[in-house]
Ligand binder design. Sequence first.
Ligand code: G6P
Ligand code: MG
Length: 218
Amino acid sequence: NLRGAIFDLDGVLTDTAEYHYRAWQRLADEEELPFDRQANEALRGISRRESLLKIVGDRTYSAAQLEEMMERKNRYYQEFIESMSPSDLLPGVRSLLTELRQQQIKIAIASASKNARTVIEKLNITELVDAIADGYSVERPKPAPDLFLYAANQLKLPPAACVVFEDATAGIEAALAAGMWSVGLGPVERVGNAHVVLPNFADITWAGILSKLNQHLS
Ligand code: G6P
Ligand code: MG
């Protein structure tokens, strides 16, 4: 009885997860803090502040220095997204969104990012979505369920009628905590707790997703 689809943005609809990583890497290099792709795994889907605190570790910085570093990382990130266009939608995304609309499934984007609306506009998918929940919508970040509950509320749907698409462990946890169905995009080491795991959206249809979720039920 699914009537709503809630999509994470970074790493699900587009590869901005890579831009977040590169922006943090540049900041970490400048500060001579140890950081690499492996360490970045722990940052996937979590808030800007929590990400910085993980990179900083036990090195001491003042509150003002932490603020400055968050702003600096955000500037680097915004440089990356400046040149984004609809061609940066990941394979299969536009056709899935279009199919969902045809099937009268409500669509929300729920991202912890304060840059989500900019990215959504660059991707030119604003007209395809019914609601947007972003880094300004709720206080508690994923893995708390709040952002997804906020999105479902915007869609006027109960949690059990919604399926969440996520690429981050924290996001799958948030979806499960919200009492929603979950589809993980990416490796099982990351999203293995989801009801269904897909490598990506290439050649994926809504009917295909429903049949996989049904297999889970039976
Ligand atoms: C998403 C991304 C995270 C990012 C967070 C905050 O959850 O997956 O990597 O840290 O948004 O994004 P922002 O653009 O507000 O720094
Ligand atoms: Mg993500």
